[in-house]
Design a protein around this ligand. Structure first.
Ligand SMILES: [Zn+2]
Length: 392
């Protein structure tokens, strides 16, 4: 069976699937994979779906990875298009998740279906397509189940790359910093310790923390993203606590421990200089409920990853691109993907290739170009032949 990529993309866009509410898309994919005669279809405890096509001969396992959750629509009135209409118009498919990333998923399915249409099961190895839940806020966490159960050898992250080969991304970490003071009436502040003043001393010290620079991934970044005193509002009370959150963009040489250690150095320095200075830094933890009822939770450190841009696998993908009429262009992601798990945690051979551009994700009137969808499907089809044909 062959798949019309823009029609499949449009259908997927008509099924709402905010993070934690992806069941309807999973049911749709289960039915589609069944009609496409996949050999195995499974849904895990978080609700992510994987469909597998097994070649006649043993070989490597190739995974095309996509997530099926989308971000919401904060202001529907700012959309000219129906976010859940899946309109196909002027060479584009419109809707929430078209670029991020139901379009790329549709292209992966269409490409694999075309490969099987041509070759049947006359190939070595397995081809797997994943539809992962809860990626938007938990990059790579639900993906842990996939690599544990299905053990892919090669992972293609289908997130948008503007039809380039992406071979890495910075990681992401959320650090919570808390200063502790002593409350008192603000008419007599000398009786207390103002935690906000202590935070104000700490922020410039944290700004001095040296972060690395990667020639491909760019600089490590540590940015203050929110700050809050307690009690809030203060109402004549000297605040006893102050909380700040930092968004950290990490490199492959960083770990959660190494970043926290450099922040703790700044804290120790001030503790030795300022009487009663007390502060703590910790990794933010969060959890959410999956549609299956399972709770997904994570310490918010999603590591960076970088694969060899000149490996045999990389060349096999670049050949697929070139044979599809694309330049052999390489790059890296600026946002975080499930590659954090596959590359950063599991150490697998991971590359990104996908239609559309990063700046088209999460925007009002999100769309994807049909020409990109078709080109990506062709490259995915060729990747199946090229990667599964690689000698050990
Ligand atoms: Zn995405």
């Amino acid at each position: 069976m062959r798949v019309n990529v823009e029609k499949l993309c449009s259908k997927l866009l008509q099924i709402r699937s905010l993070s934690g509410d992806e069941k309807a898309v999973v049911d749709f994919l289960k039915d589609l994979f069944t009609r496409l005669e996949f050999d195995e279809i499974s849904v895990d405890r978080y609700g992510s779906i994987v469909g597998i096509i097994r070649g006649e001969r043993p070989g490597k396992k190739l995974l095309f990875d996509s997530h099926i959750d989308t971000v919401g629509i904060p202001k529907p009135e700012d959309w000219a298009e129906d976010p859940f209409g899946g309109q196909i118009r002027d060479g584009r498919v419109y809707g929430r998740g078209s670029s991020d990333m139901k379009g790329p998923l549709a292209a992966a399915i269409a490409g694999v279906a075309e490969f099987v249409h041509e070759h049947g099961r006359d190939f070595a190895g397995d081809i797997m397509i994943s539809g992962i839940v809860h990626e938007e806020c938990f990059e790579g966490v639900a993906a842990r189940e996939i690599s544990k159960k299905h053990k892919p050898d090669y992972v293609i992250i289908c997130e948008t790359t503007d039809l380039k080969l992406n071979y890495g991304q910075r990681g992401r970490m959320e650090v919570r910093i808390e200063t502790f003071g002593k409350p008192c009436h603000s008419s007599n502040p000398s009786e207390g310790i103002n935690a906000v003043y202590h935070m104000a001393e700490l922020i410039p010290e944290i700004a001095k923390v040296k972060l690395g620079h990667d020639e491909d991934l760019g600089p490590g970044i540590m940015e203050l993203v929110d700050i809050c005193s307690q009690p809030y509002p203060g109402a004549s009370v000297v605040p006893a606590r102050c909380l700040a959150t930092y968004d950290v963009r990490t490199l492959t040489t960083d770990s959660a421990e190494s970043i926290l250690a450099s922040i703790n150095e700044a804290i120790d320095l001030l503790s030795s200089k300022i009487p009663d200075f007390k502060a703590e830094a910790s990794l933010v933890e969060s959890s959410a409920v999956c549609y299956t009822g399972e709770v997904i939770s994570a310490k918010r450190f999603f590591p960076a990853w970088k694969s060899d841009p000149d490996s045999a696998e990389s060349r096999a993908i670049l050949d697929a691109m070139e044979n599809a009429g694309l330049p052999r262009a390489k790059g890296v992601y600026s946002f975080c993907t499930n590659g954090s798990h596959y590359g950063g945690e599991a150490g697998l051979t991971v590359y990104g290739f996908g239609p559309s551009k990063e700046e088209q994700c999460h925007m009002d009137d999100e769309y994807i170009e049909i020409a990109h969808l078709q080109k990506a499907a062709e490259v995915y089809r060729r990747i199946c032949g090229n990667l599964l044909g690689l000698e050990d």
